[in-house]
Structures are given as structure tokens and as C-alpha cells.
Design a protein around this ligand. Structure first.
Ligand SMILES: [Zn+2]
Length: 429
């Protein structure tokens, strides 16, 4: 628990009470390939002077990945959606070029990291057999997925270019409509295409042809359903949660989950607090008391993931007696003004349970959205990854099932996307 950063509910029983669970979970965790399908990053953290070989403030970096036993990740080649209201040329060549340049900067940053900065520690995978081969060498595994098709502009050839740079999934939209697709944000703002645009449909077909997985996270429901109908290969949601448990437009309702299953695809359930549980805001009394306490101990506010990490670092830096006093006072505030507990590991695994029951163990996976807003009590950075396996074991998941959830399913879908691409190629040859 992070006093002041997160809630005070306990996630797991103290060690000793159920060592048997922990031992069993440890054996499984060490054996299966653990793959997180969505982690954001800053190119500034992938340069020679400052990079993820160090224990940076970020939720993800190699030391934390090693501590948590996380084997593989998809680096998100994310480009935010520019709106015409702020940038009138958002959907003109100049706007598309800005987005393209931002995407290329991220592709290059990952290539530099795996190629020049840490080639002895992490390697880029382009296929599931790459993933297994690299895993056998003991190195960490990097993959790339594009979040938001906006940087494609109106040039279909860029899908092939991004594939050539290593992208193995591409999401049609982010927050806000683009030239390819409506975004989930249309539930608030109204629609642009009523699903996919004509060009968006071409892009889906092109992704199928190349073997790039089509990612429906962030797309509108209508767009997602049209994509599932159109795609010749299984579709994925690289980081989404369940709408029946948390009613936000970013999540997928049962109809969508069933449509995803029908394609043979997978939802990578995301550990993003706001998509797991709607948390009531703190009372003004509680907010005031916590702010005053933090001020007394000279601790920073902790709203976002980066700030949360800074807060934790500042707390760790306090002299032991000061820290004990702070923690005691924090508990007292909680007794006087209880807060709504923040989403934790149990809430997260509830979403996994729900999807497994609805669409089956073969269609569910795991993602964190670290350094992009993700992280919950119990899995707040890559070093805590083991806790997820522990909670799955406690709930009765078997090793075989956990292997599927931790990446087996996504790698199967990646294979199927590539197999169906070569079939399509033969057909048109
Ligand atoms: Zn996202």
C-alpha cells in the first residue's frame, strides 16, 4: 500500500498464512511467458544518457521488469488525437505529417533501445517464435503496437511501412474521431462516420493482408462491431475492460465481447483504475486533511502515475521515524474520513473472471497501460507483476489457463493473423 497514493485495503494475505499459494504461484510465474500488451513510453527515456536500463521513476523499466518477472511487453507507439478545434489542419497533410513524425520518433526510440542501448538485455520480436526463442535466451522481449492509426494519414502504404518497422498491432482510433474510425468519445461528442470510414475499411483489409493485428481498443462500439465483421483475422482489444462491471465508453459490453470471440480474438483486460471501478471522489474534509498532512511532511501531491512514483520515492526518502509518524496519521485520517477504496488487484481480476466466464479462457489476456494512466493497488508498476499471478492462482486458475492469460492467447492470435495473411497472399498471387 502507498499511504496517500492509493487506498489502504489489503490485497493479499500476509506471507506465512498461505505460503502454499505463493509457492505454487511462483512456480507458475517463473515458467510461463508473461506478456503485457500495452505499455506507454517517452522517447526521452530511450536515449543513451537516460533509459530503461536504469531504475527510473517510471512504472516500467528493465530493473522493475526483472523484479516482477515480466518477460515481454508491447511498447505502445502512441500518437494522441489532434482535434480540429485546436488545430484546423488536423486532417490536412501538415497535420498528418506531424502525427507521422511523432510515430516515427517512437519507432526509432524502440529500435535504438533494443539495437544500440540494451541489446544484451532486451530484443525485438516480430513473431511468436521470436518471442519463445528470445525467452529461452533469458533476455527480455520487446514488441511494438501502434496506438491510433492517425499517423497513417491518407497513405495506405504507411500500414506496410509500420509493419516493416515492427508494428504487430494497430488501433484504429484513440480519444477523438480520426480519418479511419469513430472513437468511443462519440458517446459524448456525437459521431463522424457511424463506425469505420471507407478508408478505415481499406486499412483493416490492408492489416489483414500484412498480418498486423487489428486493435479495437478506443474505437466506438459501432466501429468495433464493423471491424469484427470485416476482418479476415481475429481482432484484439490491446487494453480494455468490461462495461458490465464499469460503465464507461472505453470498455466493451457483452455484445462486443461476444463479437470479439466470434473472430477468434482476445481482450487484454487492462489494469486501469478508471475502467475497473467507478470510485467516488473524496469528501472535502478528507482531501483537506490529506493535503495538510502531505504539506506537513513536505510530500508531493500524487494524482497521476508519474507523480505517484515521485510520491513513493519522496516517502521512501523520509527518515524512518518521520515515515512511521506520517503513516500513523494517514491511517487516522482514514478512520475519521474514510475514502472510497481505489481499484485494486481483486477488482482487476474480477474483470478477467467475468470475461473468462462470458467468452472463454482462450479469449482473454492481460495489460497494464503503465506510464499511460494504468496501475492499481497491488499492480502499480512492473515490479509487482507477480501479484497478478498470485491472485489468479488464489482464484483457482490452473497453470495451463494462466499461460494462456499471460500471453499464450495473444501469441496465438498473432500467429493466426500472420497465417491468414500468407493465405490471403496466396489467393491473390
Ligand atoms: Zn490507450
Amino acid at each position: 500500500m502507498i499511504p496517500g497514493g492509493t487506498d489502504s485495503s489489503t490485497v493479499a494475505d500476509p506471507p506465512g498464512i498461505d505460503d502454499a499459494w505463493a509457492n505454487r504461484a511462483r512456480a507458475i510465474h517463473d515458467k510461463v511467458i508473461t506478456l503485457d500488451s500495452h505499455i506507454d513510453f517517452e522517447p526521452a527515456n530511450l536515449v543513451a544518457e537516460r533509459n530503461y536500463t536504469e531504475r527510473l521513476d517510471s512504472q516500467f523499466n528493465l530493473p522493475k521488469m526483472i523484479d516482477g518477472g515480466l518477460d515481454a511487453l508491447f511498447f505502445s507507439i502512441f500518437v494522441g488525437q489532434t482535434k480540429e478545434a485546436q488545430y484546423p489542419d488536423a486532417f490536412q497533410p501538415t497535420g498528418y505529417e506531424r502525427a507521422y513524425a511523432a510515430a516515427i520518433e517512437k519507432f526509432n526510440a524502440v529500435a535504438r533501445f533494443v539495437g544500440a542501448i540494451a541489446p544484451d538485455k532486451i530484443e525485438l520480436a516480430l513473431t511468436s517464435s521470436d518471442v519463445r526463442r528470445i525467452h529461452a535466451t533469458g533476455k527480455k522481449i520487446a514488441l511494438m503496437g501502434v496506438e491510433n492509426g492517425y499517423p497513417i494519414g491518407e497513405d495506405i502504404a504507411r500500414v506496410k511501412e509500420f509493419h516493416g518497422r515492427g508494428a504487430r498491432y494497430l488501433s484504429l482510433a484513440h480519444n477523438g474521431h480520426n480519418q479511419l474510425s469513430d472513437s468511443h468519445t462519440g458517446e459524448r461528442d456525437g459521431w463522424k462516420w457511424n463506425g469505420l470510414s471507407p478508408f478505415g475499411k481499406q486499412v483493416v483489409t490492408e492489416m489483414n493482408r500484412l498480418g498486423v493485428m487489428v486493435d479495437v481498443s478506443h474505437a466506438s462500439k459501432e466501429s468495433m462491431l464493423q471491424t469484427a465483421e470485416l476482418s479476415k483475422a481475429p481482432v484484439i482489444a490491446s487494453h480494455s475492460a468490461v462495461r458490465a462491471l464499469c460503465d464507461v465508453s472505453r470498455n466493451m459490453d457483452d455484445e462486443q465481447l461476444l463479437a470479439l470471440k466470434k473472430t477468434g480474438g482476445v481482450i487484454q483486460v487492462v489494469a486501469y483504475g478508471g475502467f475497473l471501478k467507478t470510485t467516488k471522489a473524496d469528501s472535502p474534509e478528507r482531501m483537506g486533511a490529506i493535503a495538510a498532512l502531505k504539506k506537513e511532511y513536505n510530500l508531493p501531491e500524487a494524482p497521476g502515475p508519474v507523480q505517484r512514483a515521485r510520491f513513493q520515492a519522496a516517502l521512501t526518502d523520509l527518515p524512518a521515524d518521520q515515515r512511521t509518524k506520517y503513516e500513523k496519521k494517514f491511517v487516522e485520517i482514514g478512520e475519521q474520513y474514510p475514502g472510497d477504496p481505489l481499484p485494486n488487484l481483486k477488482d482487476f481480476v474480477d474483470h478477467i473472471d467475468y470475461t473468462v466466464k462470458l467468452i472463454g479462457i482462450d479469449h482473454v489476456g492481460i495489460s497494464s497501460d503503465f506510464d499511460g494512466g494504468g496501475g492499481i493497488t497491488g499492480w502499480n508498476d512492473a515490479s509487482e507483476t507477480f501479484n497478478v499471478t498470485l491472485e489468479l492462482v488464489r482464484r483457482g486458475y490452473t497453470e495451463e489457463q494462466i499461460e494462456k492469460l499471460w500471453g499464450g492467447n495473444l501469441l496465438r492470435v498473432m500467429d493466426e493473423a500472420q497465417r491468414s495473411a500468407s493465405k490471403l497472399k496466396k489467393k491473390t498471387a
